[in-house]
Design a protein around this ligand. Structure first.
Ligand SMILES: [Zn+2]
Length: 380
């Protein structure tokens, strides 16, 4: 089977130089860290249930290079003294100096500063793409900042699978400039409209089941989105809107209804809580939903807790979307990065033929690609 993974973050391979999830005890982990020779390390994936201890600064302070280890949930990480010194972070509600714990934005800011760059980042990306190829993936739609885009442009000729660049809105002009002379495919421009169910930041119409009165966070209103769509369409570009909650999805649809998009296949990423009524409007607008069938088996426990049974049962409704004829494309979002995992669930819901169709990047007009008729309006 040849897969298209339409939602990847290959950059996460830069956080897998040491695969933290593989260690079953603290001494085992420390031995690997002590012998690591990279000068600094940001790694992701530890879990106190496996390690037998919740990591703190004191466990890592004898390591002589700056070190930041992100917990498996991505909401907290631990830094050693070398890293704290280098980062110059100060005590706040997002940083506990005593235990060396960094939370949320402070954590991601630190990870961004310490993550490998240049040659080292490039070999991490390459490792990720090789892994993709070994799983039968022929094309990834990868979210990129200008630095990652530049590295892809440099290694264009050696890429083991086709990479469609998905620049973040904040840096998209820079990405356009850096890749202008390359033959890389430019995909959709990513805009965050809300957060995630796990962090209780997906924007819902009704409150969360486990947080009274709380509906999550809306990052962009329909007016903001409409402006962006108009701006991008002027350059023959399409938008990729990260929207998980039904409230956020509503803002996206409203924006398109107001604008009346000229281009077909603007994308909504995830659309986890899309309702049938919304799905009909999405179909009418010619939008493309990038869904993650893997999320149901992977996150069901979280969904039940955060949303309650009724909403959890109708989340990521690929069956409903398919039956209404909404255009879909599937992507893993790296949770986990394994198309067979999502395929197993999608098959159960859609049957093998349909599951393969969406995982192969197909739509009515043919195989997804920038050379096909329907996307001729794309700059390349
Ligand atoms: Zn993602």
């Amino acid at each position: 089977m040849r897969f298209v993974d339409a939602h990847t973050h290959m950059e996460l391979f830069a956080l897998k130089e040491i695969p933290l999830e593989g260690f079953g005890s603290l001494p085992e982990l420390l031995r690997a860290l002590e012998s690591f020779e990279g000068g600094s390390l940001v790694a992701w994936g530890w879990d106190e249930r496996r390690l037998g201890v919740f990591l703190e600064r004191k466990h890592l302070d004898h390591i002589e290079y700056p070190l930041l280890l992100i917990r498996v949930d991505g909401h907290v990480g631990v830094a050693n003294s070398k890293a704290i010194e280098l980062l110059g972070v100060e005590e706040s509600e997002k940083f506990d100096p005593e235990r060396g714990l960094l939370f949320e934005e402070a954590l991601w800011e630190a990870a961004r500063k310490l993550k490998p760059k240049g040659e080292r980042l490039r070999s991490c990306l390459m490792r990720g793409l090789e892994e993709a190829k070994s799983m039968g993936i022929v094309e990834v739609h990868d979210f990129v900042d200008p630095e990652v885009a530049r590295l892809y442009a440099e290694m264009e000729k050696e890429l083991p699978v086709r990479v469609v660049l998905m620049p973040y809105y904040e840096g998209y002009k820079e990405v356009l400039r850096l890749t202008e002379k390359s033959g890389l495919a430019l995909g959709w421009v990513k805009v965050y409209v809300d957060g995630s169910v796990g962090a209780r930041t997906a924007y819902l119409k009704e409150p969360y089941a486990d947080r009274e009165g709380w509906r999550g966070v809306l990052l962009k209103s329909w007016e903001d989105i409409a402006k962006i769509v108009v701006e991008l369409e002027k350059e023959n570009l399409r938008v990729s809107l990260h929207a998980i909650g039904d409230g956020a999805i509503e803002e996206c649809i409203r924006a398109f209804e107001e604008v009346g998009p000229r281009l077909k296949y603007h994308r909504i990423e995830h659309a986890e809580l899309i309702t049938e009524e919304q799905a009909r409007r999405v179909k009418k607008l010619g939008l493309l939903i990038c869904a993650q069938p893997n999320f149901n088996p992977y996150f069901m426990e979280t969904y039940m807790k955060a949303l309650g049974e009724e909403r959890a049962k109708r989340i990521n409704p690929i069956g409903m979307l398919d039956s209404l004829g909404v255009d879909m494309i599937f992507g893993s979002d790296m949770m986990p990065f394994d198309p067979e995992f999502g395929m197993r669930y999608a098959e159960k819901i859609l049957g093998r033929g349909k599951a393969r169709y969406y995982y192969g990047g197909w739509r009515e007009e043919g195989r997804y690609g920038f050379d096909d008729q329907s996307l001729k309006s794309s700059p390349r």
